[in-house]
Design a protein around this ligand. Structure first.
Ligand code: ADP
Ligand code: MG
Length: 344
């Protein structure tokens, strides 16, 4: 009889992670939180230590035909620092593991590490180790970040309470539109290599994709303002998908307002040019690496004038009701369609 074979695509990325985590229990008292948040939380005595890993794979997460390799190095660090920031912590060390094929020259690897170094300097983290191996094709970069947070300052995905205000930083959807622009230019170039791409108009969008930054500034500004979020996550999968993560973890639902969702003018105009709905790009685009957090209503006053923090909605008791309220007053259920590599 044929052995049974089930496709991973039936589960999706998050189903697969759940399946893995169900089979593992934490046994050490120092393992405070394991799988399921932006970073693992480890009791390190006075403080909590935070550990997060992210892997970037050529052809899945980046395309070297339009991503300068030093930007790939920078981003690989930034996305890990972002996960530590999402726990309200500060990254202090990273390890970097790479798998490279013979396609890559010493100069290319130098450039990759220039990007890594520039991110280390920018975020104040030290490169303390890693691993180097060969791959049959393409480049794989896996980075682990280690960070720290005082025990009373750690913020999880699971702390949102009914009536908390939902906040996002920066603007959303721009990285996704930057990707659309680059993919289009790549197609044009492949059809006619004499065509030179004109990216000036799209500089902001392309920059948002290729030069992602972690919002470590927000973590310290919230601390200075005396605001400890009740829950937090970094926006990697897309606003809608990440709302579901916090909703599920916290046992609350969210109501968000379409006219409160921050969309940059360039993103708005480019979405229209691509015949895409700007709001859908902001809800489902992903890769923004902004922070999304909830705060106690009483704290809203303390950050209400912050130019880069937007109040987009609130939490309520009905955990299965995650909805978007339109300007016309229509209520539309949110759908989580983040970037799911297993389904694409
Ligand atoms: P993020 O987008 O914040 O980086 P992920 O969606 O990648 O988070 O991961 C969600 C959680 O699942 C994290 O706690 C992560 O450590 C864990 N995780 C992801 N893949 C695996 C795996 N293969 N084995 C164990 N844990 C995993
Ligand atoms: Mg994250």
């Amino acid at each position: 009889m044929d052995q049974e074979r089930s496709e991973i695509s039936q589960l999706g990325e998050f189903g697969l992670i759940n399946r893995i985590s169900n089979n593992f229990k934490l046994t050490n008292t120092s393992s405070v939180v394991g799988i399921g948040d932006d970073a693992a939380v480890i009791d390190a005595g006075l403080d909590f230590m935070l550990v997060s890993t992210d892997m970037l794979v050529e052809g899945i997460h980046f395309d070297l035909s339009y991503s300068p390799i030093q930007h790939v190095g920078y981003k690989a660090v930034a996305v890990n620092v972002s996960d530590i920031a999402a726990m309200n912590g500060k990254a202090e060390q990273i390890t970097v593991s790479i798998a490279i094929s013979s396609r890559f020259s010493i100069e290319a690897i130098d450039a990759l590490y220039q990007g890594i170094q520039s991110a280390c300097t920018n975020y104040g983290v030290d490169l303390v180790g890693g691993d180097t191996t060969s791959s049959t094709s393409g480049l794989v970069i896996s980075i682990t970040a280690v960070g720290r947070v005082p025990k009373d300052k750690v913020v999880y995905r699971n702390g949102a309470k009914p009536n908390d205000i939902l906040c996002v930083t920066g603007d959303l959807g721009a990285a996704f539109l930057g990707l659309q622009v680059l993919e289009r230019e790549k197609q044009v170039f492949m059809e006619d290599p004499n065509m030179q791409p004109d990216l000036e108009k799209y500089e902001y969008l392309v920059g948002r994709l290729l030069k992602a930054e972690a919002r470590t500034d927000i973590v310290s500004e919230l601390l200075d303002a005396g605001v400890k979020p009740t829950s937090m996550i970094d926006l990697s999968d897309g606003l809608a998908s990440d709302i579901f993560h916090v909703s599920r973890a916290s046992g609350v639902g969210f109501r968000i307002y379409d006219d409160k969702i921050p969309i940059d003018t360039a993103a708005y105009e480019t979405a229209i040019e691509f015949k895409l709905d700007p709001l859908t790009c902001a809800l489902n685009g992903g890769e923004d690496y902004e922070l999304m957090f909830t705060i106690n209503k009483e704290d809203q006053e303390k950050i209400k004038n912050h130019p880069d923090i937007h109040f987009i909605g609130y939490a309520h008791e009905r955990k299965d009701e995650n909805v978007l309220v339109t300007k016309q007053g229509n209520i539309v259920p949110l759908r989580a369609q983040g970037w799911d590599h297993f389904r694409s």
